[in-house]
Design a protein around this ligand. Structure first.
Ligand code: ATP
Ligand code: MG
Length: 680
């Protein structure tokens, strides 16, 4: 028993085990690393072992694929092999499964596609372009246009998260503007634009048999609220509902959880209001804070011991979060010692930072730290590029753990578009895929030809692919020859897919090779190399999927691991993506005042909570780095660095103390130089 004095059952403290065994509505509201997720897993296991529930009748939900995969493996480990919990996953994955069972509740048909955020933006862009052409919408320049598209797409998702349906969007949005007391005219205009575009956007999705991310939960929830038989049918499938990271649920997710657990009241939630970091996506931290108001018969349980981090890491994290005026006060302590202070390393520029971090990771690996026990976390995805290049150069194995990054690469989307087109060329659902690949490699089909095909497709009420066949069939010329060759190749692939002659991976390979797509990248020499590597990775991944629909689903929601052995790799991810995870050694990069806190966040305290999340991912050692110049702009260390307590920090790499200085690389901060000169 590591923690003397505390009674433990199967590795739990008294408070943890109390929470795991409790019934009815329960919320565990406790700080980072206090074992909330561990308690949730114990609760899952307790409901099976002691209370006799079946594993596949317990619903457990969290936010990222990585966290879901981890939760699932912890449950399987605890239960022993042979038990397969069927309903452990992300909100999106559960919603998708529910919608796949009855797609008609969203006006969709079987086999609908899930479109990702980028696809949603494309649809909005097309609608706005049409509106511009018709003179009902005006935009000054292309950059403004791009931003409008983004902001409208985001707001449509937010309307959906408020359960506002397209037919009432205009009136409901006015209500929303009034109730939130919005004053900024740009903001108000953006909401009104979103409400105006929303119905057409939804109609387009429907016509194309597509659901966006928000739809996955919106329609099941709306239907459960409206149709008691439907709700009962779903609620009856589960004896208990468990939710991790509950501080980040939005109204839609909460109503979904409530509808499913209402009959038996078995709703077990764990979370930490200090880690609420999804306000910008509609997460509502009041839901966790007001849990007992919502469920007067429920219980709120606190946990106070941190089992993850050393004392220095905890005191650094506590110092940062103490300045969040909204947080509920929570006492956190650890039985672990102080450990190593937080290293604060500064660099002249981002290239030096990348080199320095890669070198340090290499040194720690030599000292016996497994790569998999190290992670690099950043505020924004763009910060990872240089580090990635440097890790590649240093031959340090790494994995980008970003839920969707791989699947959003253009080459991967192109390859999936070829596959989609070969699955059902006659469906309008494949139009987007057609637009993507018809002129890759160049077949002389420019914007003008596409516009003609769009017109023809609308007139004839056929897919773009079919329209292209009609057009190409009736004429000659080199362009048409090339187009025809492409079209008939896709038809051949369609026939073969129907005859199930090929499993998925060879099928994609043929599509890439025989369409000339792979050669197009080969011809690009050095530039095409990364593309070919990604395609290669896709072919490997595809082996794990039974059919194309599985792969499309997986691609649209992202995946936890890319199928390979991810053990033995340094993990790279955003702070958002690292929520709930932990690593022995954590490198936090880009802690400059120009990057983090982000000025684009309308809630500055949310940036602070992000810093708290970042720091509390570390078990043994946390290193923070910042650059005096990034992208040619001068910067200073950010306010969070300033706030770290003196005793818990060290300027420069710890190894640079004393005789280890000869290992130093890159530029250190002047403070570090002074320390070194003074013999610290
Ligand atoms: P976060 O807020 O970051 O999600 P959390 O509260 O969910 O953190 P966990 O991830 O469940 O915390 O636990 C943090 C670490 O502490 C894990 O390594 C876990 O195994 C360990 N831990 C939790 N409870 C105990 C315990 N009673 N005894 C030993 N180790 C524990
Ligand atoms: Mg957790």
């Amino acid at each position: 028993c590591r923690h003397g004095g505390v009674e433990m059952s199967a590795g739990l403290t008294g408070a943890q085990s109390d929470a795991a065994r409790a019934s009815g509505p329960i919320v565990v509201l406790a700080g980072a690393g206090t074992g909330k997720t561990r308690t949730l897993v114990a609760g899952f296991v307790d409901r099976i072992m002691r209370r006799g529930m079946r594993a596949n009748r317990i619903l457990a939900v969290t936010f990222t694929n990585k966290a879901a995969a981890e939760m699932k493996s912890r449950i399987v480990e605890a239960l022993g092999s042979g038990v397969a919990p069927q309903w452990v996953g992300t909100f999106h994955a559960h919603g998708r499964r529910q919608l796949r069972t009855d797609p008609d509740i969203a006006g969709l048909r079987q086999g609908f596609d899930v479109c990702d955020a980028e696809d949603s933006q494309k649809i909005v862009r097309r609608l706005l372009e049409k509106a511009c052409a018709a003179g009902v919408f005006e935009v000054e320049d292309s950059e403004v246009f791009r931003r409008r598209v983004k902001s409208i797409t985001a707001r449509i998702a937010m309307l959906k998260e408020e359960l506002i349906l397209p037919d009432v969007a205009a009136a409901a949005t006015e209500g929303l503007i009034a109730s939130r007391k919005l004053a900024d005219p740009d903001d108000i205009m953006a909401w009104r634009d979103a409400a105006a575009v929303y119905p057409a956007y939804q109609a387009l999705l429907r016509e194309a048999n597509m659901a966006d991310f928000a739809d996955l939960l919106l329609w099941p929830t709306i239907t459960m609220l409206r149709d008691e038989t439907y709700r009962r049918d779903w609620a009856a499938r589960f004896d208990a509902v468990l939710a991790d990271e509950f501080q980040d649920v939005n109204r839609l997710q909460f109503l979904w959880l409530k509808a499913l657990s209402r009959d038996h009241g078995e709703l077990f939630c764990v979370g930490d209001d200090a880690q609420s970091i999804y306000g910008w996506r509609g997460a509502n931290v009041r839901i966790i804070r007001n849990f007992l108001k919502e469920f007067p018969t429920g219980r709120m349980i606190a946990l106070e011991e941190n089992f993850r981090s050393t004392g220095h890491i905890l005191s650094a994290a506590n110092a940062v979060i103490a300045r969040d005026p909204n947080r509920l006060k929570k006492e956190l302590h650890t039985a672990a010692g102080d450990g190593k202070p937080i290293e604060i390393v500064s660099w002249s520029g981002s290239a030096e930072e990348a080199k320095g971090i890669a070198a340090e990771i290499g040194r720690r690996a030599l000292e016996g730290v497994p790569y998999s026990d190290m992670a690099i976390l950043y505020r924004f995805n763009f910060l990872s590029r240089l580090v990635e290049e440097e890790l590649l150069r240093s031959k340090i194995p790494y994995e980008l753990v970003n839920d969707t990054a791989f699947w959003q690469r253009a080459v991967v989307k192109d390859a999936l578009a070829l596959l989609r087109l070969s699955c059902c060329p006659d469906e309008r659902q494949s139009d987007e895929a057609f637009r993507r690949v018809v002129n890759q490699p160049a077949r002389g089909i420019g914007a003008k030809s596409i516009a003609r095909l769009e017109q023809l497709a609308d007139d004839e009420a056929v897919s773009l692919f079919r329209a292209a066949e009609i057009w190409a069939g009736s004429a000659s010329g080199k362009t048409r020859e090339r187009l025809q060759a492409f079209l008939s190749f896709i038809r051949t692939m369609e026939d073969r897919a129907e005859a199930s002659e090929n499993s998925l991976s060879p099928r994609i390979r043929t599509l890439l090779e025989d369409s000339g797509y792979a050669d197009m990248h080969r011809a690009a020499g050095e530039d095409g190399r990364a593309a070919l590597e990604n395609l290669h990775e896709l072919l490997e991944l595809a082996q794990e999927f039974a059919d194309a629909q599985d792969l499309f689903d997986h691609a649209s929601l992202g995946s936890a691991s890319h199928g390979e052995d991810t053990f033995g790799r340094v993990k790279l991810m955003t702070i958002h993506g690292a929520k709930g995870l932990e690593f022995g050694h954590v490198f936090l990069i880009g802690w400059e005042d120009t990057v983090f806190p982000s000025r684009n966040n309308s809630d500055p305290d949310e940036e602070r909570r992000l810093a708290y999340v970042a720091l509390t991912r570390g078990r043994r050692q946390v290193s923070i780095s910042w650059c005096a110049f990034r992208n040619g702009r001068p910067a200073e260390q950010n306010c969070f660095v300033d706030e770290l307590p003196e005793a818990a920090r060290h300027e420069g790499w710890l190894r640079e103390v004393g005789h280890n200085r000869r290992f130093s690389s890159g530029r250190r901060s002047s403070a570090a130089e002074q320390n070194a000169a003074l013999g610290f």
